[in-house]
Design a protein around this ligand. Structure first.
Ligand code: HEM
Length: 564
C-alpha cells in the first residue's frame, strides 16, 4: 500500500474509528461484567441497557465493520494492484459510514442524560417494540448506505481491473471481498426495509407500532448473515495472511473459493433459527431454517482443514517434522501468528456451542440465557476480534510504515485475551445451563434460585467478572501498542506484503466458481424460497400494524403544531 499513499490514509482512518469504538465498547463490557455480577456498580441499574446498547452497537456494528472496510480496501487494492477508481468516492463512503455511526452513538449516549429527552436503549437487535429516538434509526440507515457505497467502490475497482485483464481468474483476495459484499447487499435488504419502512416512520410518530414479529423477522433476515460479514474478513486473513506468516503457502485456492461461495449461498436463508421460540412462525419453517443452518457447518469445517493444512505446510518448510512435532517449528513468538491461531482455536469451541443454539429442541434449554453471550464472545468476540487485533500487528506497520512498538507486549496481549475469554465465556456458558438470563443488570431475583451442575453461582459470577477484567486489560494493552506503533519513529522492517501462491492454485479451480452473477442469482432464489411463505403468513396473521395501536407523533408534535 505504500505505493498508494492515499489508500493507506483511507485504511488508517477506518482502523482509527474501529479502534476508538473498540476501546469504548470494551470499557462498557467490563462495566457490565462487574455490574451484573454485583461486584462493582458504577452506574444505576436503570442505565444498564444504555451501556449494553453502546457495547453491542460499538463492537459488533462499528468496530467490526470499520475494520472490515479497512481490510477489504487493503485486500482489494493489494490483490488487483490498483487503487480504487475515484479518491473522492472512497472518502465519501468513509464519511457517510462515520456520520451514520456518530448519529447512532449520540442517540445512545444521550440516554445517560435524561434532560436531553432522547434515548436509544434498544440493544444492538433494534427491533420493535423497544423504540429509539429517530436519530438512532436514521444514523443506522446512513451507516448501511455507507457500506453499500463501499461495496460499489470495490466492485468498480474490480471492473476497472477486469477491463484490462479479460479472461484472467479473479485474484483470490478480491474474490473474497466481492462474494462477501454480494452476500451483504442481499442480507441488508431485510434491515433496510425494517428501518426505513417501519422503524423511522414509527419513531417519528407518522405510523402506529409495527407488527413486532415482522420487524424481528426482518431484523434476523439480516442479523444472521451479519455474523458472516464479521467473520469473512477474519477468514480472508486466515486464508491469505496466516499461511505466509507461518512460512508456507495456502493449501488450496479452489477450496477457499468454494467456501466463500457457500457462505454467499447459505448465510441468509437461516435467520429464522434466531426465532425458534417466537409464536406466529410455523414449526416447519423453523425446521427448514435449522436444516440450512447445519449445512453452514460445511464451509467452516472446510476452512478448519485448509487453514490447518496450510499452517502445517509452513511448519514443514521451517524444518518441522513428525505427526505433531511440526507444531514446534511454528513462529509462536509472533503475536500476529499466535493471536490468529488462538482465535481459530476458539472459533472451534464457538462452533460447538453454536450447534447447541442451532438445534431446535436443545435451543429451548439455553434460549435467552447468558449462554448466548457466552457463545458469541467466542465467535465474534474472539475468533473475529482477536484475529483483527493480531492481524493489526502485521497490517499496521504496513499501512503506517512504522515498526511495531512491542512484539512481547503484543504476544502477552493476545494470550491474555484468550485466557480472559476462557474464564468469561466458560462462566457464561455454565451460567446459561443454570438458567441465568442474559441482558439483566441484577444478579438475583426474589423467589428464584439458580442451580449449577458443579460449583456455585457465586463462583461463576467471580469467574465471569475476573475474565472480563483480564479482557479489558488486554484491550488496553492492544490500543496502547498500536497507538505507540503509529507514533513510532523507527521505520518498519521487512515489509514484504507479497503473498505466496497457493499450493493448488486458481488454475485448478473450475471457472464456474468465478461466475459471480450465477451465485448471486442462486442466493436470491434461496432467500425467496426460505422467506416468502413465513413473511406472508406473519403479515396474514397480525397485519403490518396490529389493531389497537395509534400513531403517537411524539417527535413530530411540535412541528405539526406549528403547521396547524
Ligand atoms: C454482551 C462483556 C468484548 C459483543 C456482553 C455481556 C458482558 C460482556 C458481561 C453480557 C451482558 C448481559 O447480557 O447482561 C464483555 C467484555 C469484553 C467484551 C468484558 C471485553 C473487554 C466484546 C467484543 C464483542 C462483544 C470484542 C464483539 C466484537 C457483545 C455483544 C453483547 C455482549 C453483541 C450482547 C449485547 C446484548 O445482549 O444486546 N459483553 N464483552 N463483546 N458483548 Fe461483550
Amino acid at each position: 500500500l505504500i505505493q498508494y499513499p492515499h489508500v493507506s490514509r483511507v485504511v488508517r482512518s477506518l482502523f482509527l474509528t474501529a479502534f476508538v469504538a473498540f476501546g469504548i465498547g470494551a470499557f462498557m463490557g467490563v462495566l457490565q461484567a462487574l455490574h451484573r455480577t454485583g461486584i462493582a456498580r458504577i452506574v444505576a441499574s436503570s442505565d444498564y441497557y444504555t451501556l449494553l446498547t453502546l457495547h453491542g452497537v460499538l463492537l459488533v456494528i462499528v468496530f467490526t465493520i470499520f475494520f472490515l472496510a479497512g481490510v477489504f480496501t487493503w485486500a482489494n487494492t493489494r490483490s488487483l494492484d490498483r487503487p480504487p477508481v475515484s479518491k473522492r468516492f472512497t472518502w465519501f463512503w468513509v464519511v457517510t459510514m462515520s456520520v451514520g455511526s456518530a448519529m447512532a452513538g449520540i442517540a445512545i449516549l444521550a440516554g445517560l442524560i435524561p434532560s436531553i429527552g432522547m434515548s436509544a436503549d434498544v440493544l444492538f437487535t433494534f427491533y420493535a417494540p423497544l423504540q429509539a429516538h429517530p436519530l438512532f434509526y436514521i444514523g443506522l440507515a446512513v451507516f448501511i448506505i455507507g457500506t453499500w457505497l463501499a461495496g460499489i467502490d470495490w466492485f468498480r475497482q474490480y471492473l476497472a481491473w477486469r477491463g484490462e485483464n479479460t479472461g484472467e481468474r479473479i485474484p483470490l483476495q478480491s474474490f473474497m471481498v466481492l462474494t462477501t459484499m454480494l452476500m451483504w447487499f442481499i442480507a441488508t435488504m431485510g434491515v433496510a426495509v425494517e428501518v426505513v419502512v417501519f422503524l423511522i416512520p414509527w419513531s417519528l410518530g407518522i405510523v402506529p407500532a409495527p407488527n413486532p414479529l415482522l420487524t424481528r423477522t426482518l431484523f434476523w433476515f439480516f442479523g444472521h448473515p451479519v455474523v458472516y460479514f464479521w467473520l469473512m474478513p477474519a477468514y480472508l486473513l486466515w486464508y491469505t495472511v496466516l499461511p505466509k506468516i507461518a512460512g508456507g503457502r495456502l493449501f488450496s485456492d479452489p477450496l477457499a473459493r468454494v467456501v466463500f461461495v457457500l457462505f454467499l449461498l447459505l448465510s441468509t436463508p437461516v435467520g429464522i433459527h434466531h426465532q425458534y421460540v417466537d409464536p406466529g412462525i410455523a414449526e416447519g419453517f423453523k425446521f427448514i431454517a435449522m436444516t440450512n443452518t447445519m449445512f453452514l457447518l460445511l464451509p467452516s469445517l472446510l476452512t478448519a482443514f485448509t487453514v490447518v493444512a496450510s499452517i502445517e505446510h509452513g511448519a514443514r518448510q521451517r524444518g518441522g517434522t513428525g505427526y505433531f512435532g511440526w507444531l514446534k517449528a511454528l513462529p509462536w513468538r509472533d503475536p500476529a501468528f499466535t493471536g490468529m491461531t488462538l482465535a481459530g482455536l476458539m472459533f472451534a469451541a464457538g462452533g460447538f456451542s453454536g450447534m447447541i443454539n442451532a438445534g431446535m429442541n436443545i435451543n429451548y434449554l439455553v434460549h435467552n440465557t447468558i449462554w448466548v453471550p457466552g457463545h458469541f464472545h467466542l465467535t465474534v468476540g474472539t475468533a473475529v476480534a482477536l484475529t483483527f487485533m493480531a492481524a493489526s500487528y502485521w497490517l499496521v506497520p504496513r499501512i503506517t510504515g512504522r515498526e511495531l512498538y512491542s512484539r512481547p507486549i503484543g504476544l502477552f496481549q493476545v494470550v491474555l485475551w484468550f485466557v480472559g475469554m476462557v474464564f468469561m465465556s466458560a462462566a457464561m456458558h455454565r451460567g446459561g445451563l443454570a438458567g441465568i438470563p442474559r441482558r439483566t443488570a441484577e444478579p438475583q431475583y426474589p423467589q428464584v434460585t439458580f442451580e449449577t451442575v458443579a460449583g456455585s453461582v457465586g463462583s461463576l459470577r467471580l469467574q465471569l467478572a475476573f475474565g472480563g477484567v483480564l479482557l479489558f486489560v488486554s484491550a488496553l494493552l492492544f490500543l496502547v501498542n498500536v497507538g505507540l506503533t503509529a507514533m513510532n519513529n523507527e521505520p518498519a522492517r521487512g515489509l514484504d506484503s507479497a503473498l505466496p501462491p497457493a499450493l493448488s492454485g486458481p488454475e485448478q479451480s473450475p471457472t464456474v466458481l468465478d461466475n459471480l452473477k450465477l451465485w448471486a442469482l442462486i442466493a436470491v432464489v434461496l432467500v425467496i424460497l426460505a422467506y416468502s411463505l413465513p413473511l406472508y403468513s406473519i403479515v396474514q396473521g397480525a397485519g403490518l400494524y396490529p389493531p389497537g395501536q395509534e400513531a403517537t407523533p411524539a417527535v413530530l408534535a411540535p412541528l405539526l403544531e406549528v403547521i396547524a
